[in-house]
Design a protein around this ligand. Structure first.
Ligand code: MBD
Ligand code: FE
Length: 302
């Protein structure tokens, strides 16, 4: 079919509407269907290929991997880059870079003030202390900010999704103290890999790509009157540091991992050698002229 014939068919489909429906949904769906019709035409997609793709998406949904797929195909990073662009256009600069949430956040983690221990002492691996402050654009510390943190264990697995871990293992919410400080004690995470027998890996194989992420720690950082920050830090030295299957590594999010020992660990309940990361988060003040950063998305909750 030529494009004119395709457009005529699309017009007929669009004209079959008998009520207004949702105009925004209509605009988006009509556009996507048109782009897919063009794709099928231009690439001469066979009926078998079409039904394979549809069935693939159904199975990926059934196995709960659509969020993973969105990350792996770069959609989640793309949405970040578009938010960056909107902020730059509005003159916002100097905040901590955002990067993707990923599909493994769980709401309802235990909350504490100032410091939290994320592990229960049974996770093998190097002890980690991460600490810093939450700051406003002006560099002033923000008391009572909320730092939500979650990361994988020594096998790259996340509690809740990995039922062998205790509830909320390596997940906490920490309120900053009067000086805007937060700190946590945990174990250094290992990089995540998509399930090797899953639907995401099946497609990655077809694309000639791997499904590995470098070791990382996730954060939501929020404070009254400020734009919520969704970000991660990476553990420096990971072989996948700049080869993330989800494209989430960014300049400014790879802090130095220092070696510390002895009395330095006292305030955090740590003895002996440990890894130490100092990292401040800088939040933008709330603004009406930029899209919000509080993202509506179904999330697990306990
Ligand atoms: C993760 O841990 C993650 O952060 C992302 C983006 C995708 C899959 C697993
Ligand atoms: Fe992750």
């Amino acid at each position: 079919m030529n494009k004119q014939a395709i457009d005529a068919l699309l017009q007929k489909i669009n004209d079959s509407a008998t009520s207004e429906g949702n105009p925004r949904t209509k605009t988006i769906v009509n556009r996507i269907v048109r782009d897919l019709f063009y794709t099928i035409e231009d690439l001469d997609v066979t009926p078998g290929e079409f039904w394979t793709a549809l069935n693939y998406l159904g199975e990926a949904g059934q196995s709960g991997e659509l969020g993973l797929l969105a990350a792996g195909l770069g959609f989640e990073h793309f949405l970040d880059v578009r938010l960056d662009e909107a902020e730059a256009k509005a003159g916002l600069e100097g905040g901590t870079p955002r990067t993707i949430e990923g599909p493994l956040y769980v709401a309802g983690a235990p909350e504490s003030v100032g410091h939290a221990r994320l592990d229960d002492g049974t996770d093998p691996g190097d002890t980690l202390v991460m600490r810093g402050r939450v700051l406003g654009e002006d560099g002033q510390p923000l008391a009572d900010a909320l730092v939500e943190v979650w990361h994988a264990n020594h096998l790259g697995n996340y509690s809740f999704f990995d039922k062998s871990q205790p509830a909320f293992n390596l997940r906490r919410s920490i309120r900053t103290d009067g000086e805007g400080q937060y700190a946590f004690t945990s174990v250094v995470p290992v990089g995540y890999s998509v399930p090797p027998a899953g639907k995401t890996q099946q497609l990655l194989d077809q694309l000639g790509r791997h499904g590995h992420r470098p070791a990382h720690i996730h954060f939501f950082v929020s404070a009254p009157g400020h734009r919520k920050l969704t970000t991660q830090i990476n553990i420096d030295g990971d072989p996948y540091l700049w080869d993330d299957f989800a494209f989430a590594t960014r300049d400014g999010l790879v802090p130095e991992v220092k070696k510390a020992e002895g009395a330095e660990g006292k305030p955090y309940g740590v003895e002996g050698n440990f890894a130490l990361i100092d990292f401040d988060f800088t939040l933008f003040a709330e603004r009406a002229d930029v899209p919000g950063t509080e993202v509506e998305r179904p999330r697990a909750a306990v």
